[in-house]
Design a protein around this ligand. Structure first.
Ligand code: NAD
Length: 510
């Protein structure tokens, strides 16, 4: 493995990599009002490579004011759906045409393997295309009360949407919020994650080229506790769509409460993959390897707990561990790489701490620390613990890295209790050839999304979101349209109004 050794000297650096980035407010790139900046690290070397403007209250105020002007006075909220859709399709075209460059920059900034970053760039384009189509097909309800009333829904954009995103698939997750927020006629302020601000910068040029009016899209970089917090507490931002950790979601929920904001919360997960003895074993192993090690394991819907029926448990663990040991760790920019570098040394330390905890809680059968040949950078060997008990921390807590816990079960009831026995409820994956069991299991599992005999393949029309500590509200398809719009009910009387008459009592003598 020493030939893949990555140092600052051998690291493949994308051509034209910027060394500083700024906010984008009212159609112009600007520095922070206070001039502050923060450093961004290259995950493969942990060398600082970029200085980003550190937004604070004054920068957020300027961005919100621009978005507010574009909303109250500008054309965007008033355009016909078809005209907004055309702009969104142009955005999708541009993203598609630059997918390789986007992937290169995203992979460099986040440590994601380049082939997977490319998939995420294409998905970002698809998110725009999907909402471009959806918005022109949008219908709203009308209700008739014969002879008396006709009532209809007047759907309206809400105003300035605050979009706060995490670092795990930055550009794609930004598109997941930007596309429906813009499609419905809102204006936005985006606060991307401070570990990975590079790709968000590209939206500005893409949107300008596609013809999005000035002030509709605004971007403030900065720390969560400063720029993110100012956005959450801004009185002119009625909506916050947040994706990130459950703990941060709780803080934001509390901070938004005095303003009674609309909140959409996509939070953490500890999703189970349940493998029954009748499953196609080879397929289940491939899928559960991909399910936890793709995107470096930094995936909200990762199947990070694998529950395996006792009859096949030993064989499963042996084959799984052998295959996990062959997963290729390498430079994120190398197309052969399957697991790249974790995003940041702080996150790397957290994952490593969990691996040490895991060594006291389960039987280590693959990985277990830094892979050979990678003395620097945030590299973690794909790590597998077997015989993990349900009370173990590595069974209960989100690690968000290439680490999986495998636990045996005997009966369907036991599998269900194990699957549901954590605070999270984002996704679940069930592997069985028994249809009745698969459906019954899906209905009983506490998860926002269930995949039966399938990896995490999204249909963009379906709801996306978690239950329990994994989230509040659903986005995806029409649910996103609902989140980003008011549905005003307009009641029209047909003919003589139906008025109970007050104040017509016989005049009293006085
Ligand atoms: P995080 O909660 O640390 O940060 C997310 C964003 O919130 C960042 O932009 C950060 O700057 C900002 N932030 C932090 N504190 C804030 C505050 N007080 N006020 C306002 N904004 C604040 O999450 P992360 O570490 O960037 O991302 C990883 C987490 O995201 C994992 O838990 C993962 O499961 C979750 N995630 C969930 C989904 C989903 O759809 N459910 C998708 C991807 C990631």
């Amino acid at each position: 493995m020493t030939d893949t050794f990555v140092t600052a000297a051998t690291r493949r650096v994308p051509e034209g990599l910027p060394t500083s980035i700024r906010h984008y407010i009212d159609g112009a790139f600007v520095d922070s009002v206070g001039g502050g900046t923060f450093e961004v690290l290259d995950p493969a070397t942990n060398e600082p490579y970029l200085s980003a403007a550190a937004g604070k209250q004054a920068d957020v105020d300027a961005a919100v004011a621009a978005a507010r002007r574009a909303f109250t006075d500008g054309a965007w909220p008033r355009l016909r759906a078809r005209d907004r859709s055309r702009v969104l399709h142009r955005i999708a075209d541009i993203v598609e045409s630059r997918d390789a460059r986007l992937a290169e920059l995203e992979s460099f900034d986040s440590g994601l393997p380049i082939t997977q970053a490319l998939g995420q760039a294409r998905r970002a384009a698809e998110n725009f295309r999907f909402f471009a189509d959806l918005i022109v097909a949008q219908v709203d309800d009308a209700f008739k009360v014969p002879g008396r009333q006709i009532n209809y829904v007047n759907r309206k954009p809400i105003g300035v949407a605050g979009l706060i995103t995490p670092w795990n698939t930055p550009f794609m997750l930004e598109s997941w919020k930007l596309a429906p927020a813009l499609a419905t006629g809102n204006t936005v302020v985006l606060k991307p994650a401070e570990f990975t601000p590079l790709s968000a910068q590209l939206w500005a040029g893409i949107f300008e080229e596609a013809g999005l009016p000035q002030g509709v899209f605004n971007l403030v970089n900065g720390l969560g506790e400063e720029a993110g917090d100012a956005l959450v507490k801004h009185p002119d931002v009625p909506l916050i769509s947040f994706t990130g950790e459950s703990r941060t979601g709780q803080i934001i929920f509390g901070n938004a409460a005095p303003y009674l904001k609309g909140l959409s919360m996509e939070l953490g997960g500890k999703s189970p993959a349940i493998v029954f003895a009748d499953a196609d074993l080879a397929t289940a192993i491939d899928a559960t390897i991909f399910g936890v090690f793709s995107l470096n394991g930094e995936r909200c819907t990762a199947g990070s707990r694998i529950l395996v029926q006792r009859e096949i448990y030993d064989e499963f663990v042996e084959r799984y561990a052998a295959q996990a040991s062959r997963v290729v760790v390498g430079d994120p920019q190398d197309p052969k790489t399957e697991v790249g570098a974790l995003v940041h040394p702080e996150h790397y330390e957290k994952v490593m701490r969990y691996i040490e905890i895991g060594k006291t809680e389960g039987r280590l059968v693959a990985g277990g620390g830094r892979p050979e040949g990678f003395p620097t950078g945030n590299y973690v060997a794909p790590t597998v613990f077997a015989d993990v008990r349900p009370e173990a921390r590595i069974f209960q807590e989100e690690i968000f890295g290439p680490v999986v816990a495998i636990t045996p079960f005997d009966t369907d009831e036991e599998a269900l209790a194990l699957a549901n026995g954590v605070k999270y409820g984002l996704a679940a994956y069930v592997w069985t050839t028994d249809l009745t069991r698969a459906h019954n299991f899906a209905q009983s599992i506490e998860a926002g999304m269930v995949w039966l005999n399938s990896n995490n393949e999204r249909d963009l029309r379906t709801p996306f979101g978690g239950v329990k500590a994994s989230g509040l509200g659903h986005e995806g398809g029409y649910r996103s349209i609902d989140f980003y719009t008011h549905q005003q009910a307009v009641h029209v009387s047909l003919g003589k109004p139906h008025n109970p008459t007050f104040g017509k009592a016989a005049t009293s003598a006085h």
